[in-house]
Design a protein around this ligand. Structure first.
Ligand SMILES: *[C@@H]1O[C@H](CO)[C@@H](O)[C@H](O)[C@H]1NC(C)=O
Length: 189
């Protein structure tokens, strides 16, 4: 019987897992190394490694992160404007303010995505600075929405807070990916 030494097996496993880069879907090695210093690393890894579009370069990864943030914001906005009941007057005001904030946030994220899709060498720095400004603004809007729920308690409400907090976290990760894209580009020049 031929026994394969353990370290050879490990090398084989390593090679087979890293050799094939999928054409669409996320490159898990890139996702892992890019997420490791993100604000929320495990959320970053979870959301981006399950991303179904292309995510094999820092630029695609930044786009993917913004898309994740945008789609979560859209879900929360729909949820907040349709499925929430049992609020008093003051809370309903907080809620409708919040929908506005999240909708603004979605606009800023869409603008960011547009910029990331059309990055050009001559205007790279200007475009990155736009992207950073808009994602930061999106994050501020999400935080403002959360502030509106200060001191509002209860099960449904903590559910709302949890959803919004989740959007803010993926947005914060998206900002990190944009900063990372900007820095990687700076290094390669
Ligand atoms: C992008 O990176 C460059 C070079 O590393 C840096 O000078 C610039 O401030 C960064 N841009 C933004 C908007 O952070």
């Amino acid at each position: 019987m031929v026994t394969i030494p353990f370290f050879v097996l490990n090398i084989l496993l390593f090679l087979s897992s890293s050799a094939a880069t999928p054409e669409s879907g996320a490159d898990h090695d890139l996702v892992r190394s890019s997420c490791v210093h993100a604000s929320y690393p495990s959320l970053c890894f979870r959301t981006l490694s399950s991303y179904s579009g292309p995510a094999n370069t820092p630029r695609e990864l930044a786009q993917a992160a913004v898309k994740v943030s945008l789609s979560r914001a859209r879900k929360v906005s729909n949820y907040l404007s349709t499925s929430v009941t049992g609020y008093n007057k003051r809370e309903r005001v907080a809620l409708s303010d919040c929908v506005e904030q999240i909708d603004e946030s979605m606009e800023e994220l869409s603008k960011t995505l547009g910029e990331l899709k059309h990055l050009r060498g001559e205007t790279f720095e200007f475009q990155m600075s736009n992207a950073q400004t808009w994602v930061s603004a999106a994050l501020t809007n999400e935080d403002t929405c959360l502030d509106g729920f200060e001191g509002v308690d209860g099960k449904v409400k903590s559910n709302v807070k949890r959803k919004i907090t989740n959007v803010a976290k993926v947005t914060s990760n998206a900002l990190y990916m944009i900063n990372r894209l900007n820095e990687s580009r700076g290094r390669h020049r």
